[in-house]
Design a protein around this ligand. Structure first.
Ligand code: BES
Ligand code: MN
Ligand code: ZN
Length: 501
């Protein structure tokens, strides 16, 4: 799909469809007023007849509207004007994108950028356009590459233009559009990888994807460490998880050096368990298929690095992906086994299903070699995080409040939100072990916190944050599928960092 921005009034557009907004009570948004005037109150007549009430996220498609050149007009309900905020805007835009897909329009001009969104992040027009681009991609996304027959609902809509009535069409809006497209592409990559089944998306497959990405983006450099390399580095914890699997583990590093040579890099570490059976502490069978998503942290690192490279951010960013399977077998680790991590700390593995932290701790120790400015890990780490925050907010933990704030506000900006959770010392004793330096679980209470506390023992040397995306990386049920979160949050965080330099 092609996107652009143009200035001009709605009645002058020659396109497959013009979209304008209507508030509840039939109050027309600015562009709708202009259009209504040009069509001699054709729109207000329809509204007066009760066919469009302006109810939030409702749509009404009109054909052959007199006096204009466009083939169609799509009225978009925006809800109550004084309640029209970021969430209402997003709901409306998603509905609009879905409705547009069902029409025969090849192109459309959308008057969305100047809608009066109460809490839109500044600059408001750039924000509106970014969110609309992400929603448009969301609406057309299908994962059908593994179906033998794909439904032939061929996508006719090829071109979306954002119409501006009064605002100046300047370079900042074009920049916002370019960034939004890069983020949308990163989200798509993360979704595709997440949706692939465990028999296709293996650790080797993830490594191949990283290599392919580095081939396509010349600014990315990739290295893949094998198990023998990890053994030399002393990654006893990571290697203990992969023991039960026949697929070889990989440690992928992607380096992007867009900033000054001396500038310390931001390191992203993504959990890449391509399938989590639980190991000997086997998971129950119901919905176990969803554990193919246990590499969504890794996928978000790949998606974010693709976006960073596409945007050409003036920043140094490094992605590290520890990846393996968690399987039961005669060689698998057992409850009670004790392993030595790369940091030298020993770990008593009381539950082999708490494997994410076991691969992350070694990757986090490895991250220190890049002398990072800060490190952010992203992991589908705990079911407890889903219980705590549901499927709305990502759990955020950090050893530094300023870093936490930066990530929280990047999440607010992109509507890919996170919630700050505690990482207090008081939780640490729950990880004490009688036989090793620590155990890998802290009991049922505060499970997402003790998991973060475990990681904190390996990240003392640098500014670090941990994003638990167990509830936000995919949707269950009828619309089962990866969400691509938190690529928007991460990409925005890096954009903000590059801008502040
Ligand atoms: N990958 C899971 C976490 C998970 C569970 C994500 C459900 C999404 C939905 C992780 O490896 C895991 O199994 N965690 C255990 C930890 C427990 C054994 C301390 C969990 O959350 O049950
Ligand atoms: Mn597990
Ligand atoms: Zn897991």
């Amino acid at each position: 799909m092609e996107f652009s921005i143009k200035q001009g009034s709605p009645e002058k557009q020659r396109s497959g469809c013009v979209l304008v907004g209507v508030f509840e009570g039939g109050k027309l948004a600015e562009a709708a007023q202009a259009l209504d005037k040009a069509v001699q109150h054709y729109l207000s007549d329809i509204i007066a007849h009760g066919d469009m009430t302006g109810k939030a996220a409702s749509t009404l498609l009109l054909h052959n509207v007199p006096h204009i050149q466009s083939e169609r007009v799509l009225l978009l309900g925006l809800g109550k004007r004084d309640e029209f905020g970021a969430r209402q805007y997003l709901d409306a835009v998603r509905a609009a994108m879905r409705a547009l897909q069902t029409t025969g329009a090849k192109d459309a001009v959308l008057y969305l950028a100047e809608l009066p969104v109460k809490d839109a992040k500044k600059p408001a027009q750039a924000w509106c356009i970014t969110q609309a681009v992400l929603a448009a991609h969301e609406a057309v996304y299908r994962f059908d590459r593994l179906k033998s027959k794909t439904d032939k609902d061929k996508k006719v809509l090829k071109k979306i233009q954002f119409g501006l009535l009064t605002a100046k069409h300047d370079a900042t809006l074009d920049a916002a559009l370019t960034q939004a497209l890069a983020i949308a592409q990163g989200v798509k990559l993360a979704k595709d990888l997440g949706n692939l089944p465990g028999n296709v998306c293996t650790p080797s497959y993830l490594a191949q994807q990283a290599v392919a990405l580095a081939k396509e983006q010349k600014s990315l450099k990739v290295t893949v460490l094998e198990e023998k390399d990890m053994l030399k580095l002393g990654m006893g914890s990571l290697l203990s998880v992969t023991r039960g699997s026949d697929e070889p583990a990989k440690l992928i590093t992607l380096e992007y050096r867009g900033g000054d040579k001396k500038q310390k890099p931001i390191v992203l570490v993504g959990k890449g368990i391509t399938f989590d059976t639980g190991g000997i502490s086997l998971k129950p069978g119901a919905e176990m298929d969803e554990m193919k998503y246990d590499m969504c942290g890794a996928a978000s690192v790949l998606g974010t690095l693709q976006a960073v490279a596409t945007m050409g951010l003036k920043l140094n960013v490094i992605g590290i992906i520890p990846t393996c399977e968690n399987m039961p077998s005669g060689r698998a680790i057992k409850p009670g086994d004790i392993v030595t991590s790369m940091s030298g700390q020993t770990i008593e593995i009381l539950n082999t299903d708490a494997e994410g932290r076991l691969i992350l701790c070694d990757a986090l120790t490895y991250a220190a070699k890049f002398e990072p400015d800060s490190v952010v890990d992203i992991a589908t780490l705990t079911g407890a995080c889903v219980i705590a925050l549901g499927h709305v907010a990502t759990g955020l933990f950090s050893n530094q409040d300023a870093l936490a704030q930066e990530l929280l506000s990047a999440g607010e900006q992109t509507q890919d939100r996170a919630w700050h959770m505690p990482l207090w010392e008081e939780y640490q004793p729950l990880l004490d072990s009688n036989f090793a330096d620590m155990q890998n679980i802290g009991g049922r209470a505060g499970g997402s916190i003790t998991a973060a506390c475990f990681l904190a023992r390996f990240t003392k040397e640098y500014r670090w944050a941990h994003l638990d995306i167990a509830g936000t990386a995919w949707k269950s049920g009828k619309d089962k599928g990866a969400t691509g979160r938190p690529v928007p949050l991460l990409a925005q965080y890096l954009i903000n960092r590059a801008n502040s330099k």
